[in-house]
Design a protein around this ligand. Structure first.
Ligand SMILES: [Zn+2]
Length: 159
């Protein structure tokens, strides 16, 4: 999972979200600024802005929504596998071309782009296709956005 070892987060989706897309909401602590971690080793291929940032910040959580993913990161894991991390609070903590290890912090939880509240939008892709996310060797069960769905999962992204 793209969040800290041992923490339990809500994962889920909702109608209109996008097939296979997963949103992560923290279940404890202040959501703004919580660490976003690389879910697997790889090379950063994008670290920048998708769409527009908007104006939702910890100081102004109901500010104007942006468009798209806001601050985001894409990591190439080899074998045509990639992951994407959207709506980060600030410019990513990694740069394009940088190697990252699983568990390395790449950003912080925010609400930039088209986001209602601080959370992480996460995708796993193989080739150019989104696929069902798997965590710790098990499928998430999120394969459609036709119905609202939430579950709780504990991260095993441990050193
Ligand atoms: Zn999302």
């Amino acid at each position: 999972m793209p969040v800290a070892c041992g923490e339990t987060w809500q994962i889920g989706t909702y109608p209109g979200h996008g097939e296979f897309d997963v949103d992560f909401f923290p279940l404890s602590g202040e959501p703004w600024g919580q660490p976003v971690l690389a879910s697997y080793d790889g090379t950063v291929t994008v670290a920048g802005i998708n769409g527009s940032l908007g104006g939702r910040t910890p100081e102004n959580p109901d500010g104007p929504r942006g468009r798209g993913g806001g601050y985001w990161v894409k990591i190439d894991h080899g074998g045509r596998w990639e992951t994407q991390y959207l709506h980060l609070l600030e410019p990513p903590l990694v740069a394009e071309g940088q190697r990252v290890a699983r568990g390395e912090q790449i950003g912080r939880i925010g609400s930039t782009g088209n986001s209602g509240a601080p959370h992480l939008h996460y995708e796993q892709r193989q080739g150019w296709q989104k696929v069902e996310t798997w965590f710790d060797g098990a499928p998430s069960g999120i394969t459609t956005d036709e119905v609202e769905y939430t579950a709780r999962l504990t991260s095993n992204n441990c050193p």
